[in-house]
Design a protein around this ligand. Sequence first.
Ligand SMILES: Cc1cc2nc3c(=O)[nH]c(=O)nc-3n(C[C@H](O)[C@H](O)[C@H](O)COP(=O)(O)OP(=O)(O)OC[C@H]3O[C@@H](n4cnc5c(N)ncnc54)[C@H](O)[C@@H]3O)c2cc1C
Length: 326
Amino acid sequence: MANSNFFDVIIIGGSYAGLSAAMSLGRSMRRVLIIDSGLPCNRQTPHSHNFITHDGEVPQVIARKAKEQVLRYNTVNIINDLATNGSKSDNQFTISTQGGLEFQSNKLLFATGIRDTMPAIKGFAECWGITVIHCPYCHGYEFRDQNTAIMGNGERAFHMASLVSNLTGSITLLTSGEADFNFEQKNRLNHHNIRILETGITEIEHENGKIRNVIFNDGSKTSFDAVYAIIPFEQHSHIPVSLGCELTEQGHLKVDMLQKTTVSGVFACGDNTSMMRSVANAVHGGNMAGAAINRELSEERFYPGLIPMDAGLPNLPQEFSLYQAF
Ligand SMILES: Cc1cc2nc3c(=O)[nH]c(=O)nc-3n(C[C@H](O)[C@H](O)[C@H](O)COP(=O)(O)OP(=O)(O)OC[C@H]3O[C@@H](n4cnc5c(N)ncnc54)[C@H](O)[C@@H]3O)c2cc1C
């Protein structure tokens, strides 16, 4: 009797990246289970930008439409649960969930995203994605020509300042400590009239996420319309690392051009693999992962034994077309 808990692919994470992969796999008639805990990183942002055909759409509307389209393929299933543990034996994966369920699959895809670490500043989390923003491509246009701050220091803050200076002429860098810029960088910042404030921040005063003032440790305050914040992150799920998947220096899951992690049979896509955080990039990664997983499953069935599971892809020449891989 067929085991109803066995799938070709289990996708952990059912947001933009996971749903995009599920579509490729569903259209390839793969039995897919998506396990999703329903906490995408952009859930607090009122409008999502820079994803063609959905520019300015409410994030949940994009996700709902994606889910509806994916679930039209009747080999795709989704459950709302948290995957808590994973193991691998005999080239099969077992995933257990907080709800007490257990599932097996041939392949595993992590589309689990990342978790932003909010600083201990009163009001910061409430403004996140509304007026405290992470990305000029996603939200910069909406705050063009407005009074803007960048919370951060060093190379990344300098880089952010160069991008944001194209959008507004009013920028203050909030370094929360001694500014970490070299002589040339300080000159450049000065040249573009970018102020530096080194005083620590205690609070972001706001109304429903709309910033009024940034309040500093010394009691002073300055009003801003928007604050770009460069904050740390961690992987949303610990399971890939527990299975042996390697991370990059920045903390992303290491993947090759076909979204394969360093563990055979395990793939990853979306924010958990890339610093290019955007819905478009997540959808692209999922699309690629879906096709690459389907290719592996097809080959393993079509000529079993010829390609060892752990062989991975050959070293591809620079000019190798991606299409040859599918
Ligand atoms: C505040 C904010 C605003 C943004 N605005 C924009 C914008 O305007 N335009 C744009 O293009 N991009 C925007 N982005 C970036 C964009 O939201 C992300 O790039 C995109 O959501 C990444 O998709 P993903 O599927 O990789 O991860 P996510 O969308 O974060 O989804 C990950 C999913 O995996 C689930 N999950 C994690 N662990 C488990 C587990 N163990 N078990 C089950 N489920 C699990 C989570 O619950 C979640 O549903 C924004 C990001 C942020 C933080």
